[in-house]
Design a protein around this ligand. Structure first.
Ligand SMILES: [Zn+2]
Length: 457
């Protein structure tokens, strides 16, 4: 069935356009016409209430971590770091049931949709029972994630994570990690099972995922990639912490990204999560490969990871997208703003991240992150163009900043000046999931989430 829409202002693949009419059929944009004649906005056409943008893919999520967002901001140790945060996270992991995972994920995905995210890459490593035994269905927790995505309406790129070791050199996992651990054979069996569950043509995708170079051996990477379907994305956490870079140097004589470039080879299927600590040859190597860097600015700031070398990376036209990772923020504008402000604070200058042909910082960051995020999620989306999946959002024209901005100023107003969420309506593959800022399941999801919080915390 075909549905037609009309927007006074829309961000199309070629740029901002006025009086745009577009049709959606089978979940995709099929005909887009800018400067459409007035009679095109007739009664059969749905008039969208404000400026229209492509939906934003969220390329990195650990859904269960939403439970502890904001609770780790207490100084227990003058040397608090990523590593002490991780011990707290392991304590939470030990308590979660598969039902809890589903409740947390559904609430999270509804919040994501309301924020303007239309696809989420779920980097899913909580596979087993608290004692490390597999559930009778090895895909038990993965199925909870898929069900949460189905009921919320977001698309999910499910990334079952291969996690086998505690550190470089194949060190045995710690007790806090036992719910995560797979052999390569069990991992491949899980991937095979999940592949058979996903229907062709659905919003969901599957990918391969290595927790980090700490957690798998080079042989495991080779074995998994030998079975990897060519259209799937490949994700890995990499070079998030200086300690990890030093350990990788001690293990291999190479920095983590350099090790990947030299020993595995990167290409456009890869998404490198964080990639915070890079030297210039690694920056060039990622950019040249076409891989996407998965930046999670609010989490990276929260965990004290470091500052991504964004200005160098953009000089080489590197691709990137954004993720909310530990979910201390569910705000697209906050991710983009922290990314830009981190560069300003480091360089003591303004307007650091922009494109060769686009000096408007917020506009450039949004468009780049939408396209890079879609690639990292393995979906044809991220821009409003014929043939792409019809993921789009409508901003609230009742806000004076939105109502009065020139089109190219709109995202700058949102990213740098609005303290409220201006996302009004959200469509995923042509289906409306959020209307006037509300999701149909939000009350129930919030109540169930509150029950989980009360019981576990
Ligand atoms: Zn992560």
């Amino acid at each position: 069935m075909k549905t037609s829409y009309f927007a006074e202002t829309a961000l199309l693949a070629e740029g901002w356009c006025s009086d745009v009419r577009f049709d959606v059929e089978d979940g995709r944009f099929v005909r887009i016409c800018a400067e459409a004649p007035a009679e095109d906005a007739d009664a059969e056409v749905i008039r969208l209430a404000g400026p229209v943008l492509p939906g934003m893919p969220n390329l990195h999520s650990h859904a269960f971590q939403r439970l502890m967002a904001g609770l780790a901001e207490v100084c227990r140790n003058p040397a608090d770091s990523f590593w002490s945060w991780r011990e707290l996270m392991y304590g939470i992991v030990a308590k979660l049931s598969p039902e809890d995972v589903g409740v947390i994920a559904r609430q999270l995905y509804i919040e994501m949709l309301k924020a303007g995210y239309t696809q989420v890459a779920e980097f899913h490593y909580l596979h087993h029972q608290p004692d490390g035994q597999a559930y009778s269905d090895p895909a038990e927790t993965s199925q909870r994630i898929l069900a949460a995505a189905d009921s919320s309406g977001i698309g999910v790129t499910l990334l079952p994570v291969l996690y086998s070791h505690a550190d470089f050199g194949g060190l045995p996992a710690s007790s806090g990690q036992r719910r995560f651990i797979h052999t390569t054979e069990d991992y491949l069996a899980l991937q095979y099972q999940l592949d058979s569950l996903l229907e062709a043509g659905s919003r969901h995708r599957l990918g391969s995922c290595f927790h980090s170079l700490r957690a798998v051996t080079p042989e495991q990477i080779t074995q998994v990639l030998a079975q990897h379907s060519p259209e799937w994305p490949i994700h890995i956490h990499i070079a998030e912490q200086q300690k990890e870079v030093d350990a990788c140097l001690g293990w291999s004589g190479k920095r983590p990204v350099q090790w990947l470039l030299d020993n595995v080879g990167l290409d456009s299927r890869w998404c490198l999560i964080h990639a915070t600590h890079l030297d210039l040859s690694e920056v060039e190597g990622i950019a040249r490969s076409g891989a996407v860097t998965g930046l999670c600015p609010s989490t990276e700031a929260n965990l004290g990871d470091g500052i991504f070398p964004g200005t160098d990376y953009l000089q080489h036209q590197g691709r990137f997208g954004i993720g909310s990772d530990s979910h201390v923020s569910l705000s697209i504008s906050e991710e983009l703003k922290i990314l830009e402000y981190s560069q300003r604070l480091r360089d003591q200058q303004r307007n650091r991240l922009y494109g060769v042909n686009n000096p408007v910082v917020g506009d450039f960051l949004y468009r780049s992150a939408a396209q890079g995020g879609a690639r990292a999620c393995g979906i044809e989306a991220g821009e409003i163009a014929s043939g792409k999946r019809a993921d789009f959002i409508v901003l609230d024209n009742s806000h004076p900043f939105i109502a009065t901005a020139q089109p190219e100023q709109l995202i700058n107003r949102w990213v740098f000046a609005l303290n409220e969420n201006p996302v009004l309506d959200v469509y995923v593959a042509g289906q409306q999931q959020v209307a006037a800022g509300r999701h149909p399941l939000e009350e129930r999801a919030r109540n169930d989430f509150a029950q989980v919080l009360k019981r576990l915390l």
